[in-house]
Design a protein around this ligand. Structure first.
Ligand code: HPA
Length: 233
């Protein structure tokens, strides 16, 4: 089953997949953490791999940036390749003043300024939420590993360079912890198909303090988040 964007056969992809935005992070995760790795995709350099972690089959694939991009890949993974658990592992910009670089967030819900949910023609606003099972398991794994995580609301934004640098404050005032660009679309696709999704984020920069990590650090520096995500296999 080759789709427009994934050149793989049904069965090549595990039921549980980790989804970093950066395809090179997918490669790094596969090379660093998985055994018996087979690459299943290279279309558009959206590298995808399947291997095992502690004996359990798991896949990892780069989604690209933004709701449209993760919308395409997650839809095809769910509907054409039978993926049941989609775990985004990404970076985010902190909106909350108490968050520091490398803090970890479990995205319980996602707000958005995108129009992704308009396709469902709902008579209102859709609240995109994580799968309770995955969220609960991730929190428990974090506790067992003594990794501190914040659980809460995030914003999936279509805009990285906002014309109004203070726009984030309105979301922050509503308790939104951080901004990224994919969770809302992932949660919508999972909900519409009746499968599970979770977003785990590491703070890579802060809109409040203006501190930021380098792209090299982003590729390799997110070990704690990976330890939680891999245990969900
Ligand atoms: N904005 C949007 N997405 C992000 C950011 C940000 O500041 N940092 C990491 N992902």
């Amino acid at each position: 089953m080759t789709t427009a964007h994934i050149n793989a056969k049904k069965g090549d992809i595990a039921e549980t997949i980790l989804l970093p935005g950066d395809p090179l992070r997918a490669k790094f995760i596969a090379e660093t953490y998985l055994e018996d790795v087979v690459q299943f995709n290279d279309v558009r350099n959206a590298f995808g791999y399947t291997g095992t972690y502690k004996g359990k089959r798991i896949s990892v694939m780069g989604t690209g940036m933004g709701a449209p991009s993760i919308g395409i890949y997650s839809y095809e993974l769910i509907h054409f390749f039978g993926v049941k658990n989609l775990i985004r592992v990404g970076s985010c910009g902190a909106y909350n003043k108490d968050l520091e670089l490398y803090d970890i967030i479990l995205g319980m819900g996602a707000c958005t300024n995108s129009r992704y949910d308009h396709q469902y023609e709902l008579p209102g606003t859709y609240s995109a939420i994580a799968s309770w099972d995955l969220l609960y398991k991730a929190k428990k794994i974090a506790e067992e590993k003594h990794i501190d995580v914040k659980v809460g609301n995030i914003l999936t934004s279509d805009i990285f360079y906002n014309a109004n640098p203070d726009a984030y404050k309105k979301w922050a005032n509503m308790g939104v912890l951080a901004v990224e660009m994919e969770a809302y679309a992932l949660y919508c696709n999972a909900a519409a198909a009746g499968v599970n999704a979770l977003t785990i984020l590491t703070v890579s920069d802060s809109l409040v303090t203006k501190l930021e990590t380098t792209s090299k650090e982003r590729e390799t520096g997110f070990t704690k988040m990976m330890e939680i995500a891999l245990e969900l296999a």
